[in-house]
Design a protein around this ligand. Structure first.
Ligand code: NAD
Length: 497
């Protein structure tokens, strides 16, 4: 059983005195490694290393920084199986899904390899007689990232490759439930040639987060996690004068129009609702059936949910692995109890699933509710598990109103053959990422990812051009070179005319 510490200044270190968290394999319920729960001292040590690395790294030409990112990219590809195994071991998701999420992170590294192009500023000569003006994007300084358990590789990779490609130094605080993948990524980045101190990983929970929020030298914080913590990090961080982007929870709706291809829509819904056991911020947890398609849709879904194979993430035939912990499994199971008591029709009941040989694992079968209404808690709350709610709506307009009334606005989708209905939906919907016949519309790395309403606090999405803007400051220079003319004091507002 290993003890996972921190990666600070290119070295593996353990907290001098700290609590340890016992990690449990969600597939078997057996103890695996222990992780140090760091705190103020560890963050302070990481800040010191980051501070020492900053002048050299920010002065490194962008193309030379990119060359290290290219090597990092190759190392991730070379170690993809190992990294995917680490994800499945601690998180529980099926291996193919772990590989897919790693690939989406890798794409951000590829995007970051081309960042020199996006760091270019603007130039205009002769904005006044003999005066030129140009703009620069410069690194922010010491940045920190705080990430959730559900994407141990991808979500950290939304952040640190971009920040580092822009010339910043970075402190990553991964979820204490899944520390290993981030540690391995930091080792690989170092092997690729990243100078010590540019990327540091400090493991832990709230104590670490508070130490990041309190540290005067940390300039920018990227957070991804649940909405209450996102709001706390955003309010505390911005009150301390930091730049903060904080992505929160979600309740994603998929609208099924009466003309949708039912077989394709059912398959898309299955993957989107139950993939990764519903523990995705872009998981579809509400199917909005418009008109009379609800009956046939629910029939098809019920058959598929009953036939879904739940098992350990490492078994090649598992469609869905366990949840992150038994406590979270019990919480999700309680939501199924709540749905029944609220009067929703439970079509498929995933509670009480037992897998022979894996009795201690955090398994839960897929559940399907019909006749869910907007007042019910199973509709309002983010359950973050394999529970799909079907809400019946008479028209597209009422479906749009339903979605727009929800407190979250992360992702949404419409399934239809009607281009006009799709255009209208995309135009009216108050959600950050919309799909047309695409159930999980996660933008590619060269676009930016982020929700609206209580799914994102701050002005910038992650990755893409928004990521570059978040991790750089704009400087605009107005310059005149001596031309022999005499300059007199100007007591009025200078103009260029
Ligand atoms: P979480 O909010 O419990 O934890 C996120 C991070 O915050 C972790 O690093 C954790 O250590 C830290 N944290 C936890 N409690 C804290 C506290 N009281 N004070 C300070 N820090 C604290 O989230 P989670 O359970 O790890 O992840 C699931 C949540 O993340 C879901 O709500 C999901 O929707 C959300 N999520 C959102 C996105 C997105 O892009 N919007 C992506 C992935 C996950």
């Amino acid at each position: 059983m290993a003890v996972i510490g921190h990666f600070i200044g290119g070295q593996h270190v353990k907290s001098e005195e700290s609590d340890m968290l016992q990690l449990i394999d969600p597939a078997t319920g057996l103890a695996i490694d222990k992780v140090c729960l760091g705190g103020e001292r560890d963050i302070q040590a990481a800040v010191q290393e980051a501070k020492a690395a900053l002048p050299g790294w920010s002065a490194t030409p962008p193309a030379r920084r990119a060359a290290i990112l290219f090597r990092f990219r190759d190392l991730i590809e070379k170690h993809a199986d190992e990294l995917a195994n680490l994800i499945t071991r601690e998180h529980g998701k099926v291996l193919a899904d772990a590989r897919g999420s790693l690939q989406r992170g890798l794409e951000v590294v590829e995007f970051a390899c081309g960042i020199p192009h996006l760091l270019k500023g603007e130039f205009l000569e002769n904005v006044g007689t003999g005066v030129d003006s140009y703009s620069l994007r410069q690194p922010v300084g010491i940045c920190a990232g705080i990430t959730p358990f559900n994407f141990p590789a991808m979500v950290p990779m939304w952040m640190f490759p971009i920040a580092i490609a822009c010339g910043n130094v970075f402190i990553l605080k991964p979820s204490e439930k899944v520390p290993s993948c981030a540690m391995r990524l930091a080792e690989l980045f170092t092997e690729a040639g990243l100078p010590n101190g540019v990327l540091n990983v400090v493991n832990g929970g709230k104590n670490c987060v508070d130490a990041i929020l309190d540290h005067p030298l940390i300039e920018a914080i990227s957070f991804v996690g649940s909405t209450p913590i996102a709001e706390y990090v955003y309010r505390t961080g911005t009150a301390a004068g930091k730049r903060v982007q904080a992505l929160g929870g979600a309740k994603n709706h998929l609208v099924v129009m009466p003309d949708a291809d039912l077989d394709n829509t059912t398959e898309a819904l299955m993957g989107a609702a139950y993939g990764s056991a519903g523990e995705r911020c872009m998981a579809v947890s509400v199917a909005v059936a418009v008109g009379d398609i609800a009956g046939p849709l629910v029939d098809r879904l019920a058959k598929r949910v009953r036939g879904m194979k739940v098992g350990p993430g490492k078994a090649p035939d598992s469609d869905m692995g366990p949840l992150i912990t038994r406590e979270h499994r019990d919480k999700v199971s309680t939501y199924v109890d709540i749905g029944v008591s609220e009067g929703a029709s439970l079509i498929v009941d995933g509670r009480g699933l037992k897998l022979q040989g894996y009795e201690k694992g955090a398994y839960l079968g897929g559940s399907l509710f019909d006749h869910v209404t907007p007042q019910m808690r199973i509709y309002r709350d983010e359950i973050f598990g394999p529970v799909l709610c079907v809400v019946r709506c008479p028209t597209l307009e009422s479906a749009i109103d339903l979605i727009n009334s929800h407190e979250y606005g992360n992702g949404t989708a419409i399934f239809t053959q009607d281009g006009d209905a799709a255009r209208h939906f995309v135009n009216r919907i108050k959600v950050g990422m919309a799909g047309v016949n695409v159930a999980i519309p996660v933008p590619m790395a060269f676009f930016s990812f982020g929700g609206w309403k209580r799914s994102l606090f701050g002005d910038h999405n992650v990755h893409g051009t928004d990521g570059v803007r978040f991790y750089t400051r704009l400087k605009t220079v107005t310059s005149r070179w001596p031309d022999g003319r005499r300059v007199h004091a100007e007591f009025i507002m200078p103009t260029m005319k």
